[in-house]
Design a protein around this ligand. Sequence first.
Ligand code: HSE
Length: 411
Amino acid sequence: MKVAIMGYGVVGSGVASLLKKNYDQIVKKSMQTEMELAYILDRRTFPGDPNEHLVMADYTRIVSDPDVRIVVETMGGLHPAFEYVSACLEAGKSVVTSNKELVAAKGYELLKIAERKNVNFLFEASVGGGIPIIRPITQCLAANDIDEIAGILNGTTNFILTMMIEKGMTFDEALLLAQRNGYAERDPSADVDGFDACRKICILAALCFGKHVYPDEVHTEGIRGIQLADVDYARAWGGVIKLIARAKRLAPNKIAALVSPAFVQGHSQLATVDDVFNAILVRGDAIGDVVFYGKGAGAMPTASAVVADVIDCAKHLERRKFFGWQDSEPDYIADYLDIENAVYLRVTAEDPAAALAAIGSTLGAVQMLKRENAPDGELAFITEPITERKLRAVLAEIPAAVQSMIRVTDY
Ligand code: HSE
């Protein structure tokens, strides 16, 4: 059986080397007699690479070769990945991808093609890199009604926040270090503005709750605004700040989905997930809370998940795996302004006594926080659970300027 790889970057080359390194056991576990890496699609050339002779730039050669049964897409981006993957599925080939942008935007559409052509479209590596999460949700936890899923889904932002918390670096200093270490892109927007985590929670929400969630439906906030003052107040509260992507069932046909920085209690399993590691907490009615932890990026961890999908496809060439993933519906995603949360606020006031009185009369009991060397007029506190819509109205009545507002989680 022939396999092709589209995109010979970090992940694609990792897939090729893992296929070679563990070839015998991969073939055996695939229940095949052989597995030939036959084509690598990439516009670049790779002089001296052991697979140099396989690299070519014409994707139609893969599509038109009937012996290619499985195609690995590791190009990234939406176009032309979508067109190439569609063409491969239409040609009756199973496709495995690590491309979260593709799955988050086009997962439903591509699964429909796969269903029609009776082939598989698998994407374990698209969320959490090497962490097993797609199969656990769709198979191991299938008996549960899943209430909520929340995770640290972006390694770059988790590294930046870890450096701010543990080394007292500013956001800019930590971002520079992340770029020097090769974690963050030169344009780090997808990471630090939360878009990467957003795509991943869309995929997880679709799997947990059964309907496609499109990234532009999910309110997304990144970590650019986090100050060391907020890190200090989180510590005083007994926790840490993490970029949390989450989705929660509110009613049979309504979910909340959100990406934002959040205060996480120190005893939470998510609080100790540091550096570039990822973790995903799934809350099911039978299992309770279960957490999946590991390396969310990198060539070999991601290749581990991709090649596992290749093995799964090879074992199920004549049998399609069913995800039960429907298209979205209007009003399926709740307005984030109507979601209740306890909230951390840091404000500055010219007259702190007047601001405190107004806070007491509008917000009721709040938990005041203290930090060393706080400037005059700075107040920080945690509210009781409140919708953001109501909180905004209340804040207009308080004589203070909001410097920071961060949601508080209960896990
Ligand atoms: N930029 C991503 C991260 C890579 O930092 O987690 C893995 O999707």
